[in-house]
Design a protein around this ligand. Sequence first.
Ligand SMILES: Cc1cc2nc3c(=O)[nH]c(=O)nc-3n(C[C@H](O)[C@H](O)[C@H](O)COP(=O)(O)OP(=O)(O)OC[C@H]3O[C@@H](n4cnc5c(N)ncnc54)[C@H](O)[C@@H]3O)c2cc1C
Length: 320
Amino acid sequence: MAEVLVYVDHVDGAVRKPTLELLTLARRIGEPVAVALGAGAENTAAALAEHGAVKVLTADAPEFAEYLVVPKVDALQAAYEAVSPAAVLVPSSAEGKEIAARLAVRIGSGIITDAVDLEAGDEGPVATQSAFAASFTTKSRVSKGTPVITVKPNSAAVEAAPAAGAVEALAVTFGALATGTKVTSRTPRESTGRPELTEAAIVVSGGRGVNGAENFSIIEALADSLGAAVGASRAAVDAGWYPHTNQVGQTGKSVSPQLYVAAGISGAIQHRAGMQTSKTIVAVNKDAEAPIFELVDYGVVGDLFEVVPQLTEEIKARKG
Ligand SMILES: Cc1cc2nc3c(=O)[nH]c(=O)nc-3n(C[C@H](O)[C@H](O)[C@H](O)COP(=O)(O)OP(=O)(O)OC[C@H]3O[C@@H](n4cnc5c(N)ncnc54)[C@H](O)[C@@H]3O)c2cc1C
């Protein structure tokens, strides 16, 4: 069976969920061979094996941390040359997309970014993308070279499928460009303790209806009762009520969680663009005519200041 390279996103050996989702998708088109780079790369092996990696190619060098993406591209290219895979899959983060694009240029391949699904096809893997503010779904396949495909978080359910996960050291020679852009400092973002917006299984978002930064605590309380990330509409962000990093939509982040709760959000096309592919959508809005109700699975016509705290209390009560 053909091998499929899967680029691993991990933090000191802890594999992030989008990579486990990639392994599920990779198994549809071949045998996953994972590529883990940087500090703790070898510690990724157990989780990757549990989710279907037949091999885990690892490399660590100071260059991965001290310079921007090029050393990682050099390493992924080395893995590509060692394996001759049927496809290369990379998580659709900003860094992942840059690595994938640079690799595709180097190996003369076509690239598909932000896929939301992947299936085997007679002439190579077929990727599904959601286009034009999610008004269209397209299916594409790479017609030149080895397909390089980046896949959005939450595009597949994580499924365990134990495999050998044999660790092999990957020999990497860095090119002249690898040290072209040096990282000069790093400042960790203050942690909210909540999941990352684009990876969260549940997102609770607030809009202009929340009516003030101080009221976002209502949204946060519901989010915390569900273990969810907090999102915001652009109106709420522009008003300075919530940080731009939490904006959902065309000019914010795209999310595709299992559950998306929109409170006090009208459902403008630019907001929908970032959340329309969520599996289950719930809205709380006091205007029964609000466009958000056109796409919800469950809608509550009501005042969010009454509905949201009741919902939070009910969830807490049921969790016991
Ligand atoms: C180029 C461009 C890019 C854009 N990008 C984005 C983007 O990335 N993300 C984004 O979100 N927007 C984006 N927008 C803005 C978008 O068009 C809308 O203006 C914005 O989404 C509206 O935010 P909102 O739904 O919070 O506010 P509104 O449209 O004002 O809606 C507020 C809603 O809250 C309801 N409400 C009020 N009070 C309550 C209450 N007490 N209880 C319950 N419901 C209540 C109202 O009925 C209303 O439906 C973009 C616009 C442009 C032109």
